[in-house]
Ligand binder design. Structure first.
Ligand SMILES: *Cc1c(COP(=O)(O)O)cnc(C)c1O
Length: 398
């Protein structure tokens, strides 16, 4: 039996232009974004300008992480401590973490078989908890019917914040993911679609929110060097009122990221070719079901989810270890305990609002997940699919 020969920890190198610019920044020693001599431009300000243009938003604020971007977007919007904030229950731990950090109270909402938010439950949760804010994670790149979500948010007076950690480079009806809410937050952590180790980007058209975000990141009185922020006077008006939470992005990270932005389209094409090859192979496997995508969503297949429908829950550890023994790390969202990056709403014991989420529980119980490093080839994906299929058939009862 063939083992998978490559490592799932592989990463693409930083583009040469990024390494070159980062080397210049390091040689100058001027890594802080506001340490600028006359005539010098700040790489972080340029990144913000370029990224705002990419998503089609007026303002962008670069942060030290995606979770921090979510935190300050919520800080800027929530009227008081204890404000209920809706989020799809199928999300990653930084989302309830950011809501908590901003003084909000997480109200989890059901996820359906499309792995996106259940709009009926969204209405119910909003009405029951009198909630007016929603952090919508396009989890693992699955984009909800944004027409339906936008209509419901408008009807119920809900402010939408998009968590686009898995949809940088994706589109909904030909508009970039992140252009549909009041604000959107992206991550540039190494496992996402562009890589600076750590980093986050907040975009919005709301000048008040952007001004607050610039100040929350810790811009001292240097915010006039920003190129995608509201006018200086607008930021200045608020400066004494907004605490400095110190979460800036530095020039070095921005230098690494700028050349990656122009690679996003090509990365999406490659990721989707890998995705389709693995999806095609798994579609032939007995006992595997694959999620459907909305036709209006142009996704980025940087990871793949599937349901091992044919297995009893107690057989999952055996299935996962058979895959692992052949070099394929499959994650399982139904795991009773959190593993690696994979946790689910039942693991976040600090959440104070209890909602029975039978649909989400059912959807996650047999849901498996595999990351697709961009360095892999379509042939690699065919072998990964074969290993998953073999392991599943070996685990299943006769
Ligand atoms: C990675 C991630 C974040 C936060 O990003 P960090 O940069 O790691 O803070 C938020 N939401 C989701 C769904 C993520 O995967």
């Amino acid at each position: 039996m063939r083992e998978f020969p490559r490592s799932f920890t592989e990463q693409q190198p930083i583009p040469a232009a990024g390494i070159e610019r980062a080397t210049e920044v390091m040689a100058s020693g001027k890594l802080h974004r506001y340490n600028l001599g006359p005539g010098e431009t700040d790489d972080a300000a340029l990144l913000e300008q370029e990224f705002a243009g990419y998503v089609g938003r007026r303002y962008c604020v670069a942060c030290n992480s995606g979770g921090f971007a979510l935190h300050i977007a919520l800080r800027a919007l929530l009227p008081e401590r204890g404000t209920p904030v809706l989020c799809n229950a199928f999300t990653l731990s930084p989302v309830p973490g950011a809501i908590h950090n901003a003084g909000g109270v997480t109200v989890p909402v059901e996820t359906d078989e499309s792995l996106t938010i259940d709009c009926d439950d969204l209405r119910l949760a909003a009405e029951t908890h009198d909630a007016r804010f929603l952090v919508l994670t396009h989890m693992r790149g699955h984009i909800a019917d944004m027409d339906a979500v936008a209509a419901l948010c408008a009807e119920l007076g809900i402010t939408l914040i998009e968590d686009c950690a898995h949809t940088m480079g994706a589109y909904w009806r030909n508009r970039p993911s992140g252009a549909h809410g009041t604000a959107a937050c992206f991550s540039t952590q190494s496992n996402k679609h562009i890589n600076s180790g750590e980093g986050g980007l907040l975009v919005t058209d709301d000048a008040e929110l952007a001004a607050r975000a610039v100040l929350y990141t810790g811009s001292y009185m240097f915010y006039d060097s920003h190129l995608a922020a509201p006018p200086r006077a607008r930021v200045g008006e608020l400066s004494g009122e907004i605490p400095n939470y110190s979460g800036r992005m530095d020039r070095l990270r921005a230098a690494l990221l700028r050349p990656q932005l122009s690679e996003l389209e090509a990365r999406r094409e490659h990721w989707n070719a890998l995705y389709r090859r693995l999806e095609g192979r798994l579609a032939q496997a007995d006992g595997i079901t694959l999620p459907q995508r909305h036709a209006a969503a142009e996704y980025v297949g940087s990871s793949l989810q599937f349901w091992a429908e044919g297995l009893a829950l107690e057989q999952f550890p055996d299935f996962i270890s058979r895959c692992a023994d052949r070099g394929v790390p499959v994650a399982w969202f139904g795991n009773p305990s959190a593993r690696g990056y994979t946790s689910n709403f039942r693991h976040w014991r600090y959440l104070s609002v209890e909602r029975a989420l039978p649909k989400t529980q059912n959807v996650l119980s047999r849901l498996c997940d595999i990351r697709l490093p961009l360095t892999f080839t379509e042939e690699d994906c065919a072998l990964i699919g074969e290993i998953i299929d073999d392991s599943l058939q070996a685990t299943r009862p006769e």
